[in-house]
Design a protein around this ligand. Sequence first.
Ligand code: PML
Length: 267
Amino acid sequence: MIIFAAMNSIYYSVRMHAECNSRHLSGAERLVLPEQVESVTTDLLLRALQLSPDVVSVSVDKILSEQIEFGAIPSITLMPQVGYEQGRKEAVALLVEAGVTELSALRAIAAIANGASEAGFAMRGAMLVDVCSGERLEKDHTRGVRASRLDLTSAAALSLTTLLQQHDLTHLRTREALVLAAKVLAAPSVVAELCWSDAADYTAGYVASQKTGYCRFAQLKPLGDLRGGRAFFVRPDADLTATIAFLEQTPFLADRHGAIRSLEGRQ
Ligand code: PML
């Protein structure tokens, strides 16, 4: 379903970031109409406060509707239920199918698995990884690159939530990851994304690309591991300034989504 923003309407980008002991704890964001700003800001603040942070920052920035890029949430494949080591092997195969070299895929997996920040923790944002060599291209290995100013329209949110519920995918992280993947795949020179969560109690992850859609694994890391994160694979000739500007600055609203197919029963 496609919903068009009213001409010349105003939106606000509401972004929350929480820290504890100077380390990233939680981040979330929305792109909403003016009348939603108060309740959305409260929701994000309450979400951060549940985690006993030292510092919570909330920013609210005006966005004009003509600045917004619209796009699609990719179709979803629920991959067979396997352990995280087998899941990582299958993630490599999907990345290769998407156009990433095996070397690059393996280097990205190793970096996330070992804690990709300078200090060996999860990064705040994502790695930018050369699709051929696996070289890391982001300037700051702790901050990384953040896909930001993104959300989905209310109509798309309703429809997607209903679809996800039919497959017992009710966690907010899944919805948020789908929106983020939609924006990442719309970015210039991005070929694929690899992600697994840095939350101790959340083992899921995915490979996303135009070729494969969003392929979700229930387990890409052992339970309790805080090392997780994201790699955005970019073409060697990428104009990184343009890619980063799109990911971090261009407002993006997903207004439609694909279907879900499940391979979960298969081994
Ligand atoms: C995160 O937000 O921690 C990343 C979540 C990745 C998997 C999301 C899912 O499909 O459930």
